[in-house]
Design a protein around this ligand. Structure first.
Ligand SMILES: [Zn+2]
Length: 148
């Protein structure tokens, strides 16, 4: 009786995601929830609305996606495109997230969306950050302009 008084309401039978609440625990703030696959877990009252499915079901769902998706993505990312950038030219790189001032680099390698540069000129304020990268950075192509 004591326990029942603490409960806001009996949630037995309520469904949250793949889970169904199958009953109370000894603890008045917790419930036993059963996933559609049969796995059970204890859930706190406050977290009950967050229930989706058990880890095993979630993993199964993830694995259903074609496995090579990520790999293809990676391949595209790394695949050198028809070179647009030039090895002899200098490029101005403006990456405000990392560098205060525009820096100047020479192309090392070009990828689909990014390119890597050897940094040959920079402002003092960015020296530390560049040193951290050993003066070689890769950057999104959109942040790069050719110096004519
Ligand atoms: Zn499950």
């Amino acid at each position: 009786m004591e326990i029942a008084q603490h409960k806001k309401r009996d949630r037995t039978g309520e469904v949250y995601g793949q889970y169904t609440i199958i009953g109370p625990t000894e603890n008045p703030r917790e419930w036993i929830a059963r996933c559609s696959c049969g796995r059970e877990r204890v859930v706190k009252n406050d977290n009950i609305w967050k229930l989706t499915s058990c880890k095993s079901c979630a993993a199964k769902k993830r694995n259903k996606k074609p496995k090579n998706d990520k790999f293809e993505e990676m391949k595209n990312w790394l695949k050198p495109k028809r070179p647009k950038f030039n090895n002899d030219a200098f490029y101005k790189i403006e990456d405000r997230d990392r560098f205060y001032q525009p820096i100047v680099g020479k192309l090392i390698n070009e990828y689909r969306n990014t390119a890597s540069f050897e940094i040959v000129n920079w402002h003092e304020v960015d020296y530390k950050e560049l040193k951290r990268w050993n003066h070689r950075i890769s950057v999104k192509k959109g942040k790069v302009t050719k110096i004519e």
